[in-house]
Design a protein around this ligand. Structure first.
Ligand SMILES: [Zn+2]
Length: 266
């Protein structure tokens, strides 16, 4: 499994699709999403009834997942910084393991040569859950970062309050940093801001980290079934990916004052 950690709107959906440029890397979106809550369409271009991955699997996928959230997600994420082994119950581990087996089995049925499944859930609690299953030794963690100003612009653009968003980004950065450090986890750090100008370098370092060659130009192998994440990005990969956007929209979205406040934290 490739697990991506980071803040909301850090570009994880884009990275998930880019990794699936290798035909043996299967991208399934954010596995933590409550997929049973609303009608969804799949990035492969099909509705859920006709999608070759979900059509006869969707109800099993949802049932195995539904039962694990309450047990795997701690009441306070801060508790993830302490007592890693005690915050997840034996019952939760069993459920997480059966979800893992259900997914891998189904992926291998459809893609017998699959090497990786990508989960862009981003949350540390979900990573903590995976680390308690048998995927523990084979999990590859990518920490995707994005500069504070464009990240904040993405939050405010969607109506989130400025200071609330800032606090959630800063707390999540701290949580991620110490969780990875104190659990001595190996990870690759990627900067979303560099994708536009240096994707070839990004693809190279990711290939070395995952030990599989990631093409630096995107090709669609119909190996993504994403029903969550950024809907614009999803749409783009259902059709034809037209290349990277320069991450500059924040310049017109943030006020002068907001930019100044954010510059104190960079
Ligand atoms: Zn699909």
């Amino acid at each position: 499994m490739v697990y991506i950690v980071g803040n909301s709107f850090c570009g994880s959906t884009l990275l998930g699709f880019l990794l699936s440029a290798h035909p043996d890397i299967i991208y399934l979106g954010e596995l933590k999403i409550k997929t049973w809550l609303k009608e969804r369409s799949c990035s492969c271009g099909h509705s859920l009834d006709t999608c070759p991955f979900y059509s006869d699997y969707f109800s099993e996928f949802n049932t195995t997942k539904k039962s694990l959230f309450a047990d795997v997600r701690p009441r306070s994420v801060i508790s993830l910084l302490f007592r890693r082994d005690k915050i997840i119950s034996k019952n939760a581990i069993v459920k997480m393991e059966s979800f893992y087996h259900s997914i891998t089995e189904h992926v291998l049925q459809m893609y017998p040569n699959a090497k990786y499944i990508v989960d862009t859930s981003k949350s540390i609690w979900m990573l903590n859950g995976w680390l308690h299953t048998s995927v523990d030794k084979d999990i590859k963690i990518i920490w995707l970062t994005r500069h504070l100003q464009p990240s904040m612009a993405s939050f405010t653009k969607r109506g989130f309050k400025f200071y609330h968003s800032l606090l959630s980004i800063l707390v999540n950065n701290m949580l991620t940093k110490y969780y990875l450090k104190w659990n001595k986890l190996n990870y690759l750090k990627l900067d979303y801001t560099r994708f536009y100008s240096e994707y070839e370098e990004i693809a190279k370092s990711t290939s070395a980290f995952l030990n599989i060659p990631i093409p630096s130009a995107y090709q669609n192998h119909h190996n993504h079934h994403v029903i969550s994440g950024n809907s614009n990005t999803k749409k783009e990969f259902t059709g034809q990916f037209k290349g990277f956007h320069n991450d500059e929209e924040w310049k017109s979205l943030l006020t002068k004052n907001q930019k100044r406040i954010l510059s104190w934290f960079e």
